[in-house]
Ligand binder design. Sequence first.
Ligand code: ADP
Ligand code: ZN
Length: 730
Amino acid sequence: MSEIGFFEEGARLGVLTAEPVGHALDYLAPEGGCALGAFVEVPLGPRRVVGVVWGPGEGSFEAGRLRKVARVLDVPPMREELHSFLIRMADYTMTPLPAVLRLATRTPGLFDPPGTRKVYRLAGTPAGRETEARRKVIEALTTAPQSGYYLGELAALAGVTTQVIKGLVKAGGVSETEAARDLPYPHLDPERPGKTLSPDQRAAAEALRHSAGSGFGVTLLKGVTGSGKTEVYLEAVADCLRRGRQALVLLPEIALTGAFLARIEARFGARPGEWHSGATQGERRRLWRMVAEGGAEVVVGARSALFLPFRDLGLIVVDEEHDTSYKQEEGVIYNARDMAVLRASFAGAQVVLASATPSLETWVNAETGKYARVDLTSRFGASELPEMRPIDMRAEKTEAAHWISPTLSAEIARRLGTGEQSMLFINRRGYAPVTVCRACGHQIACPHCDARMVHHRSLERLVCHQCGESIPVPTVCPSCGVEGKLVPVGPGVERLAEEVRARFPDSRVAVLSSDLFGSARALKETIDAIAAGAADIVVGTQIVAKGHNFPHLTLVGVIDTDLGLQGSDLRASERTFQLVRQVAGRAGRAEKPGLALLQTYQPEHPVIRAILGGDEEAFWRAEAASRRAQGVPPFGRMAGIVLSGPELAPLFALGNDLARRVAPLDRIGARVFGPAPAPISKLRDRFRVRMLVMAEKSAPLQSALGAWLRQVRPDKNVRVAVDIDPQSFL
Ligand code: ADP
Ligand code: ZN
């Protein structure tokens, strides 16, 4: 396709848009012609829509009736690498191309004419006193690019308040002008001295550099919690910058971005671009364009950053690569970790997958030599990995409707007043998972879903965690009409916090749960305050497991260690192992040793023993062997099929029809299970039925699935969602 990189005026070409028309449509090149990959505006019916010049026209439509491309947009054309990646991703995830293209173009306002923003440059010698702060501003501007800096950026670079800059403008030292363009980001300097690496870290950074080389390759960076993986992979970023290429760092959680940007700034002298739902429209637009033009060297972002139009992507780091939030479960269903590897293969880039508890997929890929592997086996500096002990709940005298065992309670009490923090982890949001009527036994369920409603005391409502529906906490049972008999049953993070406050009334208690924070910023402020020592006891859900650094924390108590082991999910063991090891890893990250106590009713369970035993490799080996024996991922392939619609009967009819016409799947030796009601059998007033397809690892699964599904024509209101490599089976 590269031989025909340009279309002269009037030439026939195909334009792909994000509209659900399925494929590229033919148009004629506009006056002046246009390049392959160009972003263009084309007429579609009565509207104008944005699209990408995808290739030569397909040709069946009569040339005389073709319409012209209306306008070529002022951004660099999409590169071959991204183009091929999107096609391959659409194939792999069995998603229509337009929906995949939308991921790469959906930045709001992206193609609007640029607004203006104030830009600051060096002007002359300022009137008035020369203060230290002013000197810093002048110094920062001396090395500024031609285009200057935005106010906030300059203030951050110089380490002064915006007031100082405004003062310098008045004094004539700095000019303030309106710029009608998006500016490049400040340069990141790989040659600035970073932190002094420990010998282990240096060896790891060196090994990364070796396996890096040039071109495509994947490395698992496995380091225990607190080993300083970030410092090590920042050296890979530095290497990438030295080669003049761009780097992308994916983080699993927006709340971690702030701390991470500060670390990049400390290492490279300036802040990189940020890409996530919390960034403003203006910031995202600037980043999209600068990434394309080469004016952004590093991007830190959420999984959607994977679709940015990098000019020369040389490195993708996927931090906490095992994290389930990398899997997008709605719309286009994809795993950002796997797609990062795919994109890198087209871009000729390196991938670093960092984790203390890698996914079994990645661990196996490293075992078989498909990925390189670099290990960090000890914590940085004086800190040691926490000691881990079980608390056998069968032997503890815990009060009814209380969840903190006497043993755990005593360890918390010992730390009060010493400046050491304790953290209690429970994997349940809200106050109580179930509300039951004591008169008739009725459990309050969501009217739209097959799910019990979760009591949230902070909201004084019952909330459905599936669809978000909420109702005020009722006083009368909706089933039997008896008043005053509804009671919350079971623990949630809010209820646990209540127990902590009652038991330790003089302590400062902080609660960390995603529900309790309106914004990522509010959450981050609380996290910073905790890190600074503003709480004695932290009570939290999943979010406390994710990479936060609390130096005063020396005790971690896991309330419901067994919770994840109950399901029949293929990854139940793996998930529990990862989660509990990550949570435990929050303890003792500074000088004082840490202790992690796991409350469990089944201390002999092999997964609990593996967590406590600390022989991680043995755990992964055993887990891999069991999956291999069952022929399940990563040793076999799976696809989840979810049929959903307003009525149950047509879903089963369709499912049974599919289950009968299995010839296309038989041909590749794949097996079909179901149809069966999904574990969540109703969601948002739509019934859900699941099927599961399993095949051997080398089987051409997608093409067989395509042929299989094309045999049926579902009703208009029935949706068929295909989830390749499913992570959840709900
Ligand atoms: P991990 O991601 O492996 O859990 P981090 O990269 O967050 O670990 O490092 C843990 C802590 O140790 C951080 O506070 C970090 O700043 C510190 N640290 C790691 N390496 C160094 C180093 N070489 N010099 C100084 N501090 C370091
Ligand atoms: Zn619901």
